[in-house]
Ligand binder design. Structure first.
Ligand code: ADP
Length: 425
């Protein structure tokens, strides 16, 4: 009986301790779960707050996880900052590039463009992003170029923004079917190219005329069985005139090319302009052959810092033009004077004068108001181009004042920095 009671008591105790153990175990498990859930909730809150909050406090394995995550985030933040600085620099560089850049996606829609491209193609930042490039550049050659898939050579076209601007555009494929459209303003290059073509055409034309004349006479000589002395003298005089014309043209061309050569730096010395004016006065008298009244006014004793040969050639051209374009009986005056801070060598004449629309173009090569008159008097059409070059090299300017029927005044004016007192010795 006692054994039974003892057995029952032991069984009851055992049963009690097992259920308490389970209960304690369950309780412990629950506590552990709550801890993880709280840490997870803290992690979610922290992730939601993003960078603003610091790392939450954590225990055990969660501490390592939080710390690892924070390190990862910091690393990511550093590389994002680096990347955005790089992007900023790229964007600034692309904005400063004088060439236009348009980034196109795989269907040729605009992703991005720089300010130069906006100027070249009249693109609007807000409205044109995402647009098909062909809608915005509506020129047929560009559409053919875009569709052609051969982008090895650039396309020369007029800017959609202005017909006066010439562009060289080239597509550069990159990445996954993307393209970069690069544009360059070549207006100046085209202008220089067309000036070069005009110049060659003009020189050829100028040389062809005297060559044809000389060639014609030589053919005539070859066909003639006998030629009398008088005819021979007449023909040979005419041939000499033409060869002299060619020689003068070649001389002027060489002078211009020397003046334009970057290697030919200005060799300076002190130029006695009053003496130069005196010598040009004598030249004018002999050129005129007493056909004009010529006067000289030396109103100041200043010298000029410059190249004596170049100045003689420039002033000489002004003097010879006055003689050549002033009809017989007219007056010509040469003057060296100070005018409003500048020292000017001027040549005035009572010739026919020049209409105002021609004046800005007089210094262009081969520009003549009256082609026949220029040729008749042995002009090459390069005289005033030489004058302009010489004066530019001396920081001086050419002033032209002319009235039809009254006459002209051409003045070469030097800034005070080029003007000197005459030497005292
Ligand atoms: P050219 O050899 O033909 O004289 P220039 O370059 O010296 O060439 O002059 C250009 C043009 O300017 C001349 O063809 C002429 O029409 C005009 N010109 C120059 N000087 C005078 C002047 N003193 N009076 C009238 N026209 C002038």
């Amino acid at each position: 009986m006692l054994g039974g009671i003892l057995f029952a008591a032991l069984l009851a105790a055992a049963l009690f301790s097992v259920s308490t153990g389970i209960a304690l175990f369950v309780l412990g498990l629950l506590g552990y779960l709550v801890h993880h859930l709280r840490q997870m909730a803290a992690l979610i809150r922290w992730l939601e707050r993003g960078e603003r909050g610091g790392i939450p406090r954590a225990y055990g394995a969660w501490d390592d996880i939080f710390y690892g995550l924070e390190r990862l985030l910091r690393k990511q933040k550093r590389s994002t900052t680096k990347l955005s600085a790089l992007l900023d620099r790229f964007e600034h560089a692309a904005q400063a590039i004088p060439d236009g850049i348009v980034m196109l996606n795989e269907t040729d829609q605009i992703d991005w463009f720089n300010p130069a491209a906006s100027r070249h193609f009249s693109l609007d930042d807000a409205a044109d992003r995402g647009q098909f490039i062909g809608y915005l550049i509506r020129q047929a050659p560009f559409h053919e170029y875009l569709a052609g898939h051969d982008y090895s050579e650039p396309l020369i076209m007029k800017s959609p923004a202005s017909r006066d601007v010439s562009l060289s555009v080239q597509l550069v494929p990159f990445g996954d079917k993307r393209k970069m459209l690069i544009s360059r303003d070549i207006t100046q290059i085209e202008l220089i190219d067309s000036m070069r073509r005009d110049f060659v055409a003009n020189v050829s034309h100028e040389l062809r005329t005297p060559l044809t004349v000389v060639g014609g006479f030589l053919e005539t000589f070859a066909d003639m069985e006998h030629i009398n002395q008088t005819d021979f003298r007449r023909y040979s005089d005419l041939m000499q005139q033409q060869t002299e014309r060619m020689r003068m043209l070649v001389e002027d061309l060489l002078t211009l090319s020397r003046l334009e050569s970057p290697q030919n730096r200005l060799q300076e010395s002190a130029v006695n302009v009053p003496e130069l004016a005196q010598s040009l006065f004598q030249d004018a008298r002999s050129l005129s052959g007493e056909n004009h009244q010529i006067q000289l006014f030396i109103e100041c004793d200043r010298w000029v810092k410059g190249n004596p040969d170049e100045l003689r050639s420039a002033f000489g051209n002004l003097v010879s033009n006055a003689v050549r374009y002033t009809p017989k009986g007219g007056s010509i005056s040469l003057r060296w004077a100070v005018r409003g801070g500048e020292a000017c060598f001027s040549v005035s004449d009572t010739g026919d004068g020049i209409e105002p629309q021609h004046i800005p173009r007089l210094t262009e090569r081969f520009y003549r108001v009256d082609r026949g008159r220029s040729r008749e008097t042995g002009g090459t059409g390069l005289g005033l181009a030489i004058v302009k070059h010489v004066l530019t090299r001396h920081q001086a300017r050419l002033l032209v004042d002319s009235q039809v029927g009254k006459g002209s005044c051409f003045a070469a004016c030097f800034p005070s920095s080029r003007v000197e007192e005459p030497p005292t010795d």
